[in-house]
Structures are given as C-alpha cells and as structure tokens.
Design a protein around this ligand. Structure first.
Ligand code: UD1
Ligand code: CA
Length: 453
C-alpha cells in the first residue's frame, strides 16, 4: 500500500499575534509543522504534500525533509478546498492521510492504526470524546453506530450540539475517493467554506463504511490557535518526554522542571536536577548526574560523570568519571577524557583534556590540548588568537602551569614541565624544565609612601 500524507498548513493563525506563520511556532524547540512532517516520515509516506498559503516562503525555508511536495493554496476557502489543491499531484491508487500543521503531538501508533483501517470499502476517521465540544465538528452516527456525517458547530442543530464525539480533522481514505468526491464539494453552509468534512456524508452515500480510531489522550489531537494553547502543548510534550526518561532509568528531581528539545538517551541511575535544558542529540551515561540550571546541547556524557550546577555545554564529549562546573562553559569541540576535571568559571573551546587532567578555576583553554594528569592553575589563559588567526597550545602530560599564566600560542609545554605562576610564555618549554617569565621581585627597605600635600 502506497501512503501519501497531506498536511494542511495554509492558515495564518491570527490569534498568535505574530509575524511568524502559525505552523512555524515551536513546540520543544522545533516548528509544529516539523513534528508533523516527522510523523509522516515515520509512517514511510512516499510523498508529503504540504498545503501552504500564509507565509509560504518562510514555511518552505524552515522545513527540511525529503519527499516534500509544496502545494500553494492562495485563498483559504476551507479545508476541503485546501485538500483539493493537492489532487493534481495525488496518486490514483494510494491511501491519503490528512494531517494538520498545527496539530503536532499525534503519536505515530495512532496514525498507523488509522491508516490500517482503510481499504476499498472503508475510510477512517480519528475522533475523540470532549467534555466541552464547543467549536468542533460533531460526529453523527446512525442508530446502529455507523458514522454517517460530520456537522460543523455553526451548522449544527440543538440536538447535534449535544454530541460530545468530535472530529479531530485527521482522517485516512483511498486517494481515488478524494479524486471522486472533492470536485463535488459545495460551500453552501454557515461559513461559506468548502468543508472537507462533507466527504463523510458522500462516503456514506457511496456505501463506504467509516471506521473510527481514538487517540490515547486529547493532547494528541489538540491544535494550537494561540500562545496559551501552544504553551499547553509544550507542557504536554515535556510531561511525555520526562516520563520517557524516567522509564529509561533517570531520576528527575522534578519532572515538571526539565525541558527536552531533542533526542535524549539516558543510562540507568542518571540523576537530573531542576531546570535543566537538554537540546539536540544528548546522551547521558549510567550513573551520571546533571546539576540544576544546566544546559546541554548536542553532548555525550560518560558513565558516572557529574555536571554541577549552572553549566553550559555545547557540542562536546565528556568521558567517564569527569567533573564539570559549577559555572563552567564548554564550547564546541571540547573533549574531556575519563577522570578530567573542569571547574568553576572555566571556558573551553576546541580543546582536548586528557585523563585526570585538572582545570579547576577561572581559565580559558581554546584550541588546545592538555595532557594526562596535567594541572592548569587558576587564571591561566591560552592566548589563541593574534587578531587574525587562531593558533594551538599543546600541553603535554604531567605539566604544572602556575596560576595566572598566559600561554601565547602557538606554543608547546613539554612533558613534566613546570610554568611559574604569573608567567607569559611565548616560546616552547622543554620536557622536565621550569619556565618562569615574569618580572623579578625587588625590595626597597624602609619605603616611604608619598603623603598628601
Ligand atoms: C476543522 C473541522 C472540524 C474539526 C476541527 C478540529 C472542517 C470543515 N472542520 O474545523 O470538523 O472539529 O477542524 O480542529 O474541516 N486550513 C487550510 N486552508 C483552508 C482552511 C483551513 O490550510 O482553506 C488549515 C488551517 O490552517 C488549520 C486547519 O486547516 O490548520 C483547520 O482549519 P480550521 O479552519 O481551523 O478548521 P476548523 O473550523 O477548526
Ligand atoms: Ca481550528
């Protein structure tokens, strides 16, 4: 069976009060439409037709996916009109699944259950019971239970308004049916729109049965029309992400105070304190702990390592048994080998720190390597930038760099060498030697300080 997904994403989203098209507003750091496109990809859709209108160029520029077919709907004349724009590109013998760019949290399992119900004699509709069905299209069933129509809220009779089963808008049907039915839609209704929902009555009239599937939770079919609803979707997403991490073995000090904006994997006995943000691809090894208020973006953390409070790590790889922070900033290209320590107010960039090396306080290490067991004193700076180019600092094993030293790159500190505190090192230091490069201390006895006139 060939599956084609159709995503409606032409609406403006006036109630967002934003210059950004509605479907580009983000849930978990990504446009809502990107979440929907992910689901289509997971369902192995052969093509994803995305119907765009408002802010079309912005939408096209922000959404990247293979097999997307962009379809323009210049005027938004209704959901039926939107799907009709796809007909010239829609296969004759596939199954079409209709999704919405502003409904980002539907699970793939729910959608695949829906698609599986479609055959020549059946179409499938995702419906849900709502305590407050106001505004939604109501599902009309005949006494035997068969679905025979959908009535929009504005067109419904008092009796129909009392129905609590509503249309989510998401449906699956043979594409041949859409080819047959959509040209026959009319806009003679309360809103003067071409309603996609009118195809349900056409199906019934053509002798097709309408099967229904229900989502696990209402969140799966909830759209975001304004920023309040968007924030609700965000919380739903985060609750689900937190639950997934806990089931995988992570202890979350407060599941409501963690934000996941990417793909996170955790080992057993990981502990994550409050207000942590995990972005991009993050992997946290067994027994590792992440301190409060830390952000990890595209990071791998090895087993048993500790990231203390208030750290920012981006594109780095931390080995096993390392300690980072509090208040450390590890920038892209940082690699800590097992047992390395990076302490407070330390910034690293494009730096390799080997086994058991220590950079404990107030230091900048950029474009550098630090050998195993070396100790970098407080206030040390690798001067990697000459105003035009970047240069490397190579610190070999078992080096001791005294506090407040400036290492002017390119420079190499040999194995076992010592740099005296306060030195400005401009030339390579040989293996095993001591380099001191600072003014000698002078002493003037019985010094008289100047006095005020
Ligand atoms: C629609 C359904 C209703 C259902 C509800 C669920 C119809 C006629 N009604 O109503 O039964 O309960 O969704 O939320 O389908 N869109 C376009 N082009 C258009 C019109 C709409 O792309 O010309 C997109 C919108 O951007 C939006 C989605 O389709 O993302 C739904 O459109 P909207 O007008 O909000 O439909 P509802 O009136 O909510
Ligand atoms: Ca709507």
């Amino acid at each position: 069976m060939n599956l084609e997904v159709i995503v409606l994403a032409a609406g403006k989203g006036t109630r967002m009060r934003s210059s950004l098209p509605k479907v580009l507003h983000r849930v978990a750091g990504r446009p809502m439409l990107a979440h929907v496109v992910d689901r289509a990809a997971e369902l192995q859709a052969s093509v994803i037709h995305i119907v765009i209108g408002h802010g079309a160029e912005q939408v096209q520029a922000r959404i990247e996916a293979p097999r997307v077919n962009w379809v323009m709907q210049r005027e938004q004349l209704g959901t039926g009109h939107a799907v009709k724009q796809v007909l010239p590109d829609l296969g004759a013998e596939s199954v079409a699944l209709i999704l919405y760019g502003d409904v980002p949290l539907t699970r793939t399992e729910t959608l695949s259950a829906l698609v599986d119900l479609v055959d020549d004699a059946h179409m499938a509709l995702l419906t849900v019971q709502m305590d407050d069905p106001g505004g939604y299209g109501r599902i009309v069933r005949e006494p035997g239970g068969n679905i025979v129509g959908i009535v929009e809220h504005k067109d419904a009779s008092a009796e129909q308004l009392a129905i609590h089963e509503v249309n989510t808008g998401i449906l699956a049907v043979k594409s041949s049916c859409l080819h047959a039915w959509l040209p026959r839609l009319s806009n003679e209704n309360a809103q003067g729109e071409y309603y996609l929902t009118d195809i349900i009555a056409m199906a019934a009239a053509d002798g097709l049965r309408v099967r229904s599937v229900h989502p696990d939770t209402v969140a799966e079919v909830q759209g975001a029309n304004d920023r309040v609803q968007l924030a609700e979707l965000e919380r739903w997403y985060q609750a689900r992400a937190a639950e997934k991490l806990m089931r995988a073995g992570a202890a979350l000090i407060d599941p409501a105070r963690l934000d996941v904006r990417g793909e996170v994997t955790v080992g057993e006995d990981v502990e994550i304190d409050i207000n942590v943000i995990l972005e991009g691809a993050v992997s946290i090894g067994p027994g590792a702990r992440i301190g409060a208020h830390s952000t990890l973006r595209d990071v791998v953390i090895g087993a048993g390592s500790r990231v203390l409070e208030n750290c920012v790590l981006e594109q780095c790889e931390i080995g096993a048994g390392c300690t980072v922070g509090p208040f450390a900033r590890l920038r892209p290209g940082t690699r800590l080998h097992d047992g390395a320590r990076v302490g407070n107010f330390v910034e690293t960039k494009n730096a390799t720190v080997c086994e058991d090396a220590k950079i404990n306080h107030l230091t900048y290490v950029g474009d550098a390597s630090v050998g195993a067991r070396s100790n970098i004193g407080a206030g040390t700076i690798t001067c990697n930038y000459d105003g035009a180019n970047k240069h490397r600092t190579e610190i070999e094993e078992d080096v001791f760099v005294g506090s407040n030293s400036a290492l002017v790159a390119p420079v190499r500190i040999g194995r076992g060498a010592t740099v005296g505190a306060g030195s400005t090192i401009t030339r390579d230091v040989s293996t095993g030697s001591l380099a001191v490069a600072r003014g000698r201390q002078k002493e003037v006895a019985n010094w008289e300080r100047p006095k005020k006139k």
